[in-house]
Design a protein around this ligand. Structure first.
Ligand code: ADP
Ligand code: MG
Length: 317
């Protein structure tokens, strides 16, 4: 199959919200009047971000999900995406499943694939996403203020726990693994939350590298410090059984691939955020406070400062 017919068959869909989609030298879009464009790229590399034999449907879904998550973290409405893909072989069964996963999530979030690039090479997936946000309303990393409360959506650490099981670093029972595997393979980007936080949060980030690593990004960019209460960090009933162990603590504090939002907001907005949690049917946990200074302190239930061995994933550390 030629490169052109492959693109035509697997990556060309109607793009009613674009002026021009796949097929020309560039796509054309019209940004909604008065909106700012939010742009982000995230790459998934075989062997680094996923196992080479990963289910292609879930991979297609996740390649887009991690990008939509960046829009959520900015409080932006995702609109369009491009996909650059390097493929080791022309495997139609693989492409069929991969594109089905990609478009399943694209449809769910009303994102249109408007272009990309397709080449031969080691399996590599790079998505660029474009979204819209009203001027001045984007949720940035540099806006945390002293006395802000720190919040996290959903739960932390299940993806890392599932990965530890797949790598043989611990053995979960079948039912437990089945229950937490979607956290690793099928993250749900928190777009609705990000948009709802535009007028509430002072800063936000999506947790991809690990809670402490990503919290650290907010603190550095904002020139602030944080005090986190370990017992307030949200964990699933599955991970709860392991938090007394080092591995469990690491999953919670440093486990990557979470794609929940961490955000800071004035304590005055506490009740409003609790209402938002009920409205979105999404747990939002208040886990600590922003304070003056630098660094992140994690306090155990008895008030003592915990020593942290690992903060998160760094590709070059
Ligand atoms: P060019 O030679 O101008 O770079 P290509 O042959 O690479 O164009 O791509 C042809 C068209 O197909 C372009 O509109 C491009 O955006 C689109 N395209 C290529 N690969 C993909 C892909 N994986 N997903 C979506 N669109 C793609
Ligand atoms: Mg090209």
């Amino acid at each position: 199959m030629s490169e052109f017919s492959l693109i035509q068959k697997y990556f060309t869909r109607a793009t009613p919200s674009a002026v021009l989609g796949v097929g020309d030298d560039a796509a054309l879009v019209r940004v909604s009047a008065g909106m700012e464009l939010a742009i982000s790229t995230d790459m998934l590399v075989s062997g680094t971000h996923f196992f080479p034999d990963a289910d292609p449907f879930k991979l297609g879904r996740k390649a887009l999900a991690v990008n939509i998550s960046d829009m959520a973290a900015m409080g932006a409405q995702p609109r369009w995406a491009t996909l650059a893909i390097a493929l080791p072989a022309e495997d139609e069964a693989w492409l069929e499943r991969f594109s089905a996963g990609f478009f399943a999530l694209a449809d769910e979030y009303q994102v249109e694939l408007i272009g990309g690039d397709t080449t031969h090479g080691p399996l590599n997936l790079s998505v660029t996403i474009l979204g819209e946000v009203p001027p001045g309303k984007a949720l940035r990393r540099d806006g945390a203020q002293a006395d802000d409360e720190i919040w996290v959506s959903g739960t932390l650490g299940d993806a890392a726990l599932a990965l530890a099981h797949m790598q043989g670093r611990l053995k979960l029972d079948e039912a437990c693994f089945t229950a937490i595997a979607p956290a690793l393979h099928s993250p749900l980007p928190r777009v609705g939350l990000g948009i709802a936080l535009r007028d509430i949060a002072h800063s936000a980030i999506d947790i991809s590298d690990g809670f402490l690593a990503d919290m650290g990004h907010i603190l550095e960019r904002s020139g602030m410090a944080a005090e986190i209460r370990f017992d307030k960090l949200p964990v699933s009933t599955y991970l709860r059984q392991y938090v007394a162990q080092d591995l469990g603590k690491q999953c919670v504090l440093a486990g990557g691939d979470v794609y929940e939002l961490c955000f800071t907001a004035s304590a005055e907005n506490h009740a409003q955020i609790e209402n938002l949690s009920a409205w979105l049917d999404l747990p939002l946990s208040c886990i600590g406070n922003i304070v003056a200074g630098s660094g992140c302190k994690v306090l155990a239930a008895d008030g003592s400062v915990m020593t942290i061995k690992e903060t998160g994933y760094d590709h070059f550390a």
